[in-house]
Write a protein that binds this ligand. Sequence first.
Ligand SMILES: Cc1cc2nc3c(=O)[nH]c(=O)nc-3n(C[C@H](O)[C@H](O)[C@H](O)COP(=O)(O)OP(=O)(O)OC[C@H]3O[C@@H](n4cnc5c(N)ncnc54)[C@H](O)[C@@H]3O)c2cc1C
Ligand code: HEC
Ligand code: HEC
Ligand code: HEC
Ligand code: HEC
Length: 603
Amino acid sequence: MYKKLLITCLAAFVLGGTANAESLDDQSIKQVYSGGKYADYLAGYHQKLGAAAQCSACHTSSKVSDSQVEIDKSCIACHGTYEALGKKDQEKGKKISAHAGHLSINSCTTCHGGHEPSFAYCNNCHIFDMDMKFGRQKIPYTPQDLTKYKDAVPNRVENADVVIVGGGGAGIAAAIEASRNGLKTVLLEKMPIIGGSSLLSTGGMNVQGSKQQKEAGIQDNPELFVKDTLKVGKGKNNVPLNEVLADGSPKALEWFEAMGGHLDLDKGVYGGCSVPRMHFTKSGGIGRYMIAVMKKELEKSGADVRVNSQVVRINKDKDGNVTGVLVKGKNSGLYEIKAKSVILATGSYANNGALVAKYHPEFFGMVSSAQPGSHGDGLQLAEPIGAKITHLERVQVHPNIAAGTSIMLTLAFRTNGGILVNKEGKRFFNDNAPRNELGASMLRQPAQKVWLVYDDAVAAKRQKVHNGYVRLGFVTGAATPEELAKKVGLPEKAFADEMKKYAGFVKNGKDEDFGRKELPEALNKGKLYAIEVIPAIGGTLGGVNINTNTQVLDENGKPIPNLYAAGEVVGEWHGEDRYGGNAVAGNIVFGRLAAQQARKAVK
Ligand SMILES: Cc1cc2nc3c(=O)[nH]c(=O)nc-3n(C[C@H](O)[C@H](O)[C@H](O)COP(=O)(O)OP(=O)(O)OC[C@H]3O[C@@H](n4cnc5c(N)ncnc54)[C@H](O)[C@@H]3O)c2cc1C
Ligand code: HEC
Ligand code: HEC
Ligand code: HEC
Ligand code: HEC
């Protein structure tokens, strides 16, 4: 309480711009921050060392912005850039470096606190032993009850043409499109970094009619894409939305490639679908690659991007028109942005354990591979203004998490030939079945223990990704099935027999045990690998309803004026299960579409 009051006072004092509060060197603030608990951390350490004796060594302005970029600039001026520090770490022989991650972080204060404990952001997902000065174990990112902001009063008001809520793939695509079209665009992200779960995608992006498909001689068309999507979604999909997705997918890829990105066609076929349609990158995970490319374009576009900025309410007038949002900035407090359009792109609720367990008590306590802030805020924001929200029980259980972690392995290892075996060393299901079916079948295995098995031929199709898993210590490799079984604790003979039997199925082109259609590899080339996998919540499929113009609909199916949505916060398009690769494509198709609608609202 004391700390809170003090901070509020100080913030008011600092931000209020009192006569002599021109800089943070102002005597009374300086006094408070130079001693006591504020001085016990990195800032105090620098001051005592004399390394940054003045507050202004780190704080170049009297305000501490929410994104804290001005502080980052100071850190970088003395210590060098993130990349340079990463190189140094590698030269020192560090295999895993917090300064050489895959999240496109360039903000030091994402991890290093000034007057509070530091935290290695990597450990939201990994379990790395990182010896961080003034570090702490964990930041508890827990879902918040946003109803408490119902009547909250902002401390200031700003204006924009469009506000985008959430800086994942969908929000970034929307922000680039809106800003390029001359709209005053503000992108708000509650976490210290942008990218969301989109950063973590490893599989790829589904596109029909791409030049990559044509070059490979693959015949595809929108109808076939929609048909496959419906097959995976068990026919419960919103068909018009999928038509927009299928029609828009080649343009989405061209849009991305026009930024300098490039994707290749993956020859694997997603379980039960008609043709190879997934586009991937040889550089490793698709998410990190696409976000890195798009992030540069976002910076160029001139959009105003603010991290540590959580939207806590959508505002509307008495006629029900959306008028903007209420934002909680980490350092600047509650403020309002009035906008002509609001685009909701807040992602999933996969990390909201209570919400998931409400519909699926059997998933209680299950880990999620989504980013830590995937709490379903968008649903909480949209509900009070009358949005229709459906099928929250549609939760995706993914059969592909490395045991003991929350790291999802790419489905491409299965679509390209890998198999799953249980504790008895035996296959138990069509290993290339859609994910929910496979997830459910895993839960029925003895002790729920399952291994993903693949060989060098499969690894070669995603060599960088495989190397990454090796680096993370997930992979056991061996020259023979017997040796592999011994190493991971499977019955040797049973497993070796199973591998022989499977190779026979592949040779004859028929899986007599489980009817797997796609049999690209006999799993007898080079070394054989196993990764123990567990089921986890990969994503969520329920959410707000939109029409083909991305307008959010109310309970009566009527558009809520000025409110649009894109990405995983949107329900219905995937049906009961998501065709892997559709989300990444949809982020661009629907994110851009929402921005184009917002533009119409301005003109
Ligand atoms: C490990 C993993 C692998 C995947 N692989 C693939 C794949 O290969 N192919 C594929 O198509 N799909 C894949 N997916 C699914 C896909 O990544 C997601 O469905 C999609 O990227 C979601 O994009 P989004 O922009 O809607 O959400 P996100 O990328 O999650 O972004 C939403 C953002 O909104 C922010 N936010 C939330 N609430 C607020 C608030 N109140 N105020 C401000 N900001 C807020 C969040 O912090 C987050 O950054 C994968 C998912 C995971 C987790
Ligand atoms: C005016 C220059 C300056 C600024 C600004 C500055 N530092 Fe430092 N920092 C130093 C010096 C000098 C040291 C002590 C020598 C050393 O260890 O490099 C130090 C030490 C550190 C250490 C401890 C290194 C160890 O011994 O383990 C960390 C971590 C660190 N700084 C991070 C930061 C971060 C993060 C920021 C921004 C919030 C920052 N510094 C801002 C100069 C600066
Ligand atoms: C993803 C989290 C993360 C980010 C972002 C980050 N650091 Fe670090 N930093 C760490 C951790 C963890 C350590 C402890 C040493 C280790 O395990 O590598 C560390 C150590 C340091 C050190 C002391 C040891 C050394 O390498 O010299 C300095 C200085 C430092 N960081 C500066 C910075 C600066 C400057 C930035 C911004 C450009 C930055 N860090 C960004 C996590 C981070
Ligand atoms: C080594 C860099 C560094 C120095 C020196 C430094 N700060 Fe900070 N300061 C930070 C960082 C980083 C933050 C971001 C929030 C956090 O991590 O505490 C911050 C945040 C703040 C805030 C925002 C409120 C809060 O606590 O989060 C205030 C106010 C502040 N500093 C005041 C001061 C004053 C006054 C001094 C001098 C006595 C000072 N700082 C010296 C790095 C520094
Ligand atoms: C939000 C969750 C998340 C966070 C935070 C995260 N990672 Fe990862 N990491 C993943 C996932 C998922 C994969 C596997 C997918 C991939 O390779 O893109 C992965 C893969 C890796 C790999 C293996 C692939 C490679 O590039 O070699 C390394 C190493 C790694 N992470 C290091 C880090 C470091 C260092 C940080 C902090 C700077 C970090 N990770 C932060 C989720 C995360």
